[in-house]
Design a protein around this ligand. Structure first.
Ligand code: C2E
Ligand code: MG
Ligand code: MG
Length: 647
């Protein structure tokens, strides 16, 4: 996902100057040699009629060969971009020596020929040397050492020979020449200083640009990386997903999966955040190693990860591959406090079958994950038509439920909770009922979940709670109202205050209210939940831990929070008579309740044998079809336990 980075420009000014000089040479040298070759050929032509061929063509051939070789070198397509720094240094350091030799050769050649001509020939030769010298100076202006070499090798002999002729014209020419040379040298010095300053500025600009690019890259990396695991984060995964969709060839498929750890929260709550971090990092490393080059794994936040599996041509294969990857999580994790074991649920959406847009794909994977979570621990669910119809039903429930709430179409059934010893009703649990004209009877387990997902839960719960209070106010004073709290409710702002205000408005004593919370309500933030529970208990409201035993860390919550009652989940009670292990578990829970001074309520008592067993174990209270089905409160005053005792 990362772009290759350009190397940091070297901060060495000398090196930068040599590179710039090299670029100048590469740009100007061909012109200089062309000018020298052209003028040299003309000069040779003029002298060919007066000087011997060896004197004219001997040095000229050497000059021509040298010029052509250099011309070919500088014109080569290799220059200047691909030349190595070492080669550049060699050229820059070598050029003054080469220039000295070249201009010395020009001097030797021209003065050799001058001996054969008249005054005009001499002046032409001097003029040729002067042109070549000025040409060399201006084209090498940024290489002062080269300029000096040219002056010494080219101009020195020229000036000496001009003065040596004794002609006035030659003397004047020599004087003008010297004056110009002096001006040229001064100009060269200034040009070179400006050149060095320009290189310095450009170098500083390049370094600062590199620094700001590096800073930009750092910011982009941080923005796209999860700080704890070093994996790409949600933003990077969504970008990768969009790229994967854009680049998907026709007929090619890939899988997008969401992974959520099972029971991670209790590890965090019980062992602390450092242990929680260790678990997340271990899981991240395992996923990364398992997916290898076949895809991308990212941490989306908390205990949720996302995967893109590049190759998914076969549905069954991708399912198996994803299961294998997720399966790597399910290995023991060594923590300072001991060994932890954790599993994960996974929802998969396969492109393009499940969806073709990234947001939809994410949503489908999320729905599949949701279904997986509901199916149990360590479950992987691919998105399919079945889930699609469930989603359609959820949407329908949502729409109908909004109307039902606004029209107060939901009702409440009350199921008695009785003392097992006496059969006396101590409280009624209010259970929501909804019979929709289109959907028929919808189970509260189903519509409460939808209400939680769509944010309807507060309106729904407030409505039901007020109606339950009105109803419970008509009951005998020693009968309490047991009311279920949705996990989200406990975390709504000022929940305890609002509940107390509602109780006060209905003049309902807090002591007659029992609020039932499930483990899921405590999972989100145990400290926040503990605070609310304390506030409620301090006001006299009693709290029951509902469905105990089916969650991940019931015992951990008992250690951290104070409950008044504990309801043993129906799954342990039903069939207890024929299942020794269940009996042992229930007995252990009852005994634990006694030692923690918590009242124990057994749920789902359907048979007399269950009631007898529970009584013999010392369980305080019970609830179940045997003791009374959910229905209107107190309409059936008959007490099945008492009736049985009497019978
Ligand atoms: P829960 O709080 O554990 O409620 C007990 C559930 O067990 C009720 O199902 C009840 O009808 C059922 N039940 C009671 N005795 C027996 C029995 O002997 N055998 C069997 N098989 N079942 C029995 P229901 O009414 O379908 O409620 C399901 C869940 O929905 C409740 O579980 C509770 O978590 C939730 N719920 C119901 N009403 C409300 C509500 O008003 N607010 C909230 N937040 N949740 C509610
Ligand atoms: Mg309950
Ligand atoms: Mg329950």
């Amino acid at each position: 996902m990362e772009r290759p980075q350009s190397p940091c420009p070297s901060p060495d000014l000398g090196e930068a100057i040599r590179h710039a000089q090299y670029r100048m040479l590469a740009a100007h040298m061909p012109h200089m040699y062309l000018a020298c070759i052209f003028s040299g050929l003309l000069l040779a032509y003029i002298f060919s009629s007066v000087a011997p061929p060896l004197v004219v063509y001997g040095p000229m051939t050497i000059l021509l060969v040298l010029s052509s070789v250099r011309l070919a070198y500088w014109w080569s397509p290799k220059h200047p971009k691909t030349d190595s720094p070492a080669n550049i240094d060699r050229i820059i350091y070598g050029t003054p020596f080469y220039a000295a030799f070249y201009y010395a050769l020009i001097s030797v050649w021209t003065f050799g020929m001058s001996a054969y001509g008249d005054e005009s020939h001499e002046m032409l030769a001097a003029f040729y040397v002067a042109i070549c010298t000025f040409c060399g100076i201006s084209f090498n202006a940024n290489l002062p050492r080269c300029v000096y070499a040219i002056l010494i090798a080219g101009s020195g002999p020229l000036v000496v020979s001009l003065f040596a002729t004794g002609h006035r014209l030659a003397d004047v020419f020599a004087a003008m020449y010297i004056a110009n040379i002096v001006i040229q040298v001064v100009a060269v010095r200034r040009t070179h200083n400006d050149f060095v300053s320009a290189v310095r500025l450009r170098l500083a600009a390049e370094v600062s640009q590199f620094d700001s690019e590096a800073a930009r890259r750092d910011i982009a990396r941080v923005a796209n990386t999860d700080a704890l695991t070093g994996l790409p984060n949600r933003r990077a995964l969504l970008e990768a997903l969009a790229n994967q969709i854009d680049g998907a060839a026709p007929g090619k498929t890939f899988a997008f999966a969401l992974i959520d750890l099972d029971g991670f929260k209790p590890i965090n709550d019980v062992y602390g955040h450092t242990a929680g971090d260790d678990v997340i990092v271990t899981v991240a490393n395992r996923l990364k190693e398992a997916i290898g080059p076949h895809g991308v794994v990212a941490r989306l936040g908390g205990d949720e990860f996302g995967l893109i599996l590049h190759e998914a041509n076969e549905h069954d294969r991708v399912l198996q591959l994803t299961k294998d990857i997720v399966g790597t999580i399910d290995q023991p994790i060594q923590l300072d406090q001991g060994i932890a074991r954790i599993s994960a649920c996974c929802g998969i959406a396969i492109f393009p079958k499940a969806a073709t847009a990234s947001t939809e794909l994410l949503q489908r994977a999320d729905e599949a994950l949701y279904a997986a979570k509901h199916a149990g621990r360590g479950v992987t669910v691919p998105y399919n038509e079945d889930l699609e119809s469930k989603q359609t039903r959820r949407l329908l429930i949502d729409t109908r439920l909004r109307d039902a709430i606004s029209q107060s179409a939901l009702t409440l059934a009350y199921q008695p909770i009785r003392q097992l010893r006496t059969g006396k009703i101590t409280s009624y649990e209010a259970l929501a009922r909804w019979n929709d004209s289109l959907l028929g009877h919808v189970s509260p387990a189903e519509f409460i979940l939808v209400a939680e997902q769509t944010g309807l839960i507060s309106a729904l719960a407030d409505n039901l709670f007020e109606r339950a209070l009105v109803e419970a106010a008509t009951w005998p004073h020693d009968v309490s109202l047991s009311f279920n709290l949705s996990p989200l409710q406990l975390h709504t702002p000022n929940f305890a205050l609002r509940t107390l205000a509602t109780l006060a408005a209905h003049r309902f004593p807090p002591g007659r209210l029992l609020l039932e919370v499930t483990e899921t309500a405590l999972l989100t933030d145990i400290n926040a939940a503990a605070l609310v529970i304390d506030q409620l208990r301090n006001a006299g409201i009693r709290i029951a831990l509902d469905d105990f035993g089916v969650g991940y860390a019931g015992f951990a919550y008992l250690e951290k929070l104070t409950f008044d009652k504990l309801k043993i989940d129906r799954s342990f009670v039903s069939g207890m008579k024929d299942d020794k292990r269940k009996r042992q578990i229930v007995k252990a829970i009852v005994e634990m309740c006694h030692s923690l001074d918590i009242k124990c309520i057994a749920e789902g008592i359907e048979h007399e044998s269950d009631a007898d067993l529970l009584k013999s174990m010392g369980c305080d209270s019970g609830q179940g079809y045997l003791l009374g089905r959910p229905g209107p409160a107190l309409t059936k005053p008959g007490n099945p336990l008492e009736a049985r005792a009497a019978g």
